[in-house]
Write a protein that binds this ligand. Structure first.
Ligand code: DGY
Length: 321
């Protein structure tokens, strides 16, 4: 008998068709994420699932689905999954590292450029028919070249964002859980303690994973340390930042702007955030290029198939300590 697997949402490419040759595939029929109730029901009897970062796979879910052997998350992040509960049940969790690195780094740069040069505000102004001709003080922004870029988390994506800074002659500083002497040398980046980095950088880009130790990494105190007139870019995970404190710092003019692709209570935005002109707000599209999303779907399918056919999956998430 073929094993049953759930794909919680249609993904780009032909991954689901490929899975059908080996498994009985249950596919979310809607063009929206599954509700919790639907997720519980549709996963019944499944040996594997391809999940999204928006599917909350907590202890209750995991313990209610005793046939599960593999959760193949279609994302590099896996903070939506209770790894301890999965490990206790012998469920293998996998992710999709590597393929989205450059795509996400491109988006972080899209936010840096959009903020510094007020691209979104200017676009809106022009479309609204308000452009009355060149003016010396129209939409004055801030230069990006020559400024200081602070990278928080110099993993794959952080390093890819840092590499792009060379084209803008920026000074590079970074903070990471551990120092990376070889990367420091290759990138010409200086290590800083987090508080010092916040006080020094003109643009701060977050690239650290979300775990209990990084929740509110930028809390009210740390936001208050940020250099006046600086910009925050977050393409990692929303709960890294105290969004309420960020809204206050943006509204008061202490920070010049924020470019956010992720939110503390995604998909909800903190009250007041959307009304601020000095923000660029994106709907979590860091990895959203067709090429990358097709690769992510393929990788998730490969990971799931490997586990269910008794092989070691290419991208297992390490067991929590
Ligand atoms: C990930 O893979 O974790 C990204 O956030 C998806 O865009």
């Amino acid at each position: 008998m073929r094993e049953k697997v759930l794909v919680t949402r249609k993904l780009p490419g032909s991954m689901a068709e490929g899975l059908r040759s080996s498994f009985e595939v249950v596919l979310n029929p809607h063009d929206r994420n599954l509700t919790r109730g639907e997720l519980f029901r549709m996963a019944e009897g499944c040996a594997g699932m391809i999940s999204l970062l928006s599917d909350t796979l907590d202890r209750e879910f995991i313990e209610s689905h005793p046939r599960l052997k593999v959760i193949a998350n279609c994302a590099v992040g896996y903070n939506n999954i209770d790894l301890h509960a999965a490990a206790e049940r012998g469920i293998v969790v996998t992710n999709t590292p590597g393929v989205l690195t450059e795509t996400t780094a491109d988006l972080a740069w899209a936010l840096i450029l959009a903020l510094g040069r007020r691209v979104v505000e200017s676009d809106r102004y022009t479309r609204e028919g308000r452009f009355g001709g060149w003016a010396p003080e129209l939409f004055l922004g801030t230069d990006i070249y020559g400024k200081t870029l602070g990278i928080v988390g110099l993993g794959r994506i952080g390093a890819a964002v840092a590499r792009r800074a060379a084209g803008f002659s920026m000074k590079l500083i970074y903070h990471s859980r551990s120092r990376k002497p070889e990367l420091e040398k290759a990138l010409g980046a200086g290590y800083r303690e987090l508080d010092s980095l916040l006080a020094e950088a003109d643009f701060i880009s977050l690239h650290t994973p979300l775990d209990p130790g990084t929740r509110h990494l930028l809390d009210r105190r740390r936001i208050s340390l940020m250099k006046p007139g600086s910009f925050l870019i977050n393409t990692s995970r929303g709960p890294l930042v105290d969004e309420g404190a960020l809204v206050e710092a943006l509204a008061s003019g202490k920070l010049a702007g924020a470019g956010l692709d992720v939110y503390e209570n995604e998909p909800e935005l903190h009250p007041g955030l959307a009304g601020l002109p000095n923000t660029v707000l994106l709907p979590h599209i860091g990895s959203a290029s067709t090429e990358t999303r097709v690769k992510m779907a393929r990788m998730a399918a490969e990971n799931l198939t490997a586990v269910l056919t008794g092989r070691t999956p290419p991208n297992p998430v390490p067991l929590p300590e």
